[in-house]
Design a protein around this ligand. Structure first.
Ligand code: B12
Length: 258
C-alpha cells in the first residue's frame, strides 16, 4: 500500500475541486490537479502526457521504494487517469490526448500485472468482458488485474464483445461469476441481453456489472445483475460467492452502495 493517509486522500480530493481557470493552458490545469506525493506525481504526470516509458520508469521507482505493484494501479495510475478524465470532461483536453493517456494507462496496468508474482492458488474461474459496442476497457483491465492478483483464473474476452460470444464463453468455462463493464449509455443494454440469454439456457451465474454508465438501479433491473462501484469490488464479490453466497439478492444486499 502507498503511505497515503486519509488526510492525504482528502487533500487529493480537495485538489480535484480546484476551479480551473479559462486562461490556464492544459498543462497548467493538469499541474493544479497532480498529487504532491513524490512517487505518485511523476506517474500521474506521465499518464497525462501519454508517455508510456515515463509511466514505467515512475512505477519502477515506486516499486523500488517498496510499493506493491498491484496497489499502484489504484493509488497512482488511477490518480493520473482521474486528472485526464477531469480535464476531458471540462473540455480542456480532447480525444487524441485521452487516447494517448489511455494507452499509457494500459501499459502501466500491464506492467503492474507483470510485476505481481505473489499470485495465490486459483480459487475459481471468472469470465470478464466489455459490453458489445463499447471500446472503453481501462476499468475492465483493472478488474482483470485485481481478480488475477486475488487468485482467480480469468477468461478475458476483451472489449466490444458480442453478446453471443459472452454466452458461449460462459457455457464453455462454467465460471463462478461473469463481469461486464459499460461506459456508454448506448452499450449498457447489452447486459440485459446477456442476462436473458443466460437465463434462457438455465444458467444462473452472478453477473457483476460496473463502469461509468451503469449504477445500482440499472443493474438491479435484470435478474443476475450485481452492481460493483469499484474494480476492487470484483474480487470481493467473487470471494463472497466462493464462501457460499450464491443467491443474487444476498450478494446485492452485501455490496449495496448507499
Ligand atoms: C478514456 C476514455 C476514452 C478512451 C478509451 C480508451 C480505452 N482503452 O478504454 C477513447 C479515447 C478510446 C474513448 C473513445 C470514445 N469515447 Co470515451 N471516454 C474516456 C473517459 C475520458 C475516461 C473513461 C475511463 O477510462 N475512466 C477510468 C476507468 C478506470 O473507469 P471505469 O471503466 O468506469 O472503471 C471504474 C469503475 O466503473 C469500476 N468498474 C468498471 N468495470 C467494472 C466491472 C465490475 C464487475 C466492477 C465491480 C467494477 C467495475 O472500476 C473502475 C474503478 O475502480 C470518459 C469520461 C468519463 N467521465 O468517464 C469518456 C466517455 C466514457 N467516452 C465517451 C464517448 C462518447 C466516447 C466516444 C463515442 C467518442 C467519440 N466521439 O468517438 C468513443 C467511444 C467509441 C466506442 N464505441 O466505445 C462518453 C460516453 C457518454 C455516454 N454517456 O455514453 C464519456 C463519458 C465522455 C463524455 N463525458 O461524453 N474514450
Amino acid at each position: 500500500m502507498l503511505d497515503l493517509k486519509l488526510e492525504d486522500v482528502d487533500g487529493i480530493l480537495v485538489r480535484y475541486n480546484v476551479a480551473l481557470e479559462k486562461e490556464m493552458t492544459p498543462d497548467e490545469a493538469a499541474e493544479e490537479l497532480y498529487p504532491k506525493d513524490k512517487l505518485v506525481y511523476p506517474i500521474a504526470k506521465a499518464i497525462y502526457e501519454g508517455e508510456e516509458d515515463d509511466v514505467i520508469e515512475g512505477l519502477e521507482a515506486a516499486i523500488a521504494a517498496g510499493k506493491k505493484p498491484i496497489d499502484l494501479i489504484d493509488n497512482a495510475l488511477m490518480i493520473g487517469m482521474g486528472v485526464v478524465t477531469r480535464l476531458y470532461d471540462d473540455g480542456i483536453i480532447f480525444l487524441p490526448n485521452v487516447m494517448m493517456s489511455a494507452d499509457a494507462m494500459l501499459a502501466g496496468i500491464d506492467f503492474c500485472k507483470s510485476k505481481t508474482t505473489d499470485v495465490p492458488e486459483a480459487k475459481g474461474k471468472v469470465v470478464c468482458h466489455v459490453a458489445e459496442g463499447d471500446v472503453h476497457d481501462i476499468g475492465k483491465n483493472i478488474v482483470v488485474a485485481l481478480l488475477r492478483a486475488n487468485g482467480y483464473d480469468v477468461v478475458d474476452l476483451g472489449r466490444d464483445v458480442p453478446v453471443d460470444e459472452v454466452i458461449s464463453a460462459v457455457v464453455a468455462n462454467k465460471p463462478i461469476m461473469v463481469t461486464g463493464t459499460a461506459l456508454m449509455t448506448t452499450t449498457m443494454y447489452a447486459f440485459k441481453e446477456v442476462n436473458d440469454k443466460l437465463l434462457e439456457k438455465g444458467i444462473k451465474v452472478p453477473f457483476a456489472c460496473g463502469g461509468g454508465a451503469v449504477n445500482q438501479d440499472f443493474v438491479s433491473q435484470y435478474e443476475l445483475g450485481v452492481y460493483g462501484e469499484e474494480a476492487a469490488d470484483a474480487p470481493k464479490i467473487a470471494d463472497a460467492i466462493v464462501a457460499g453466497t450464491k443467491d443474487i439478492a444476498a450478494l446485492r444486499e452485501e455490496f449495496h452502495k448507499h
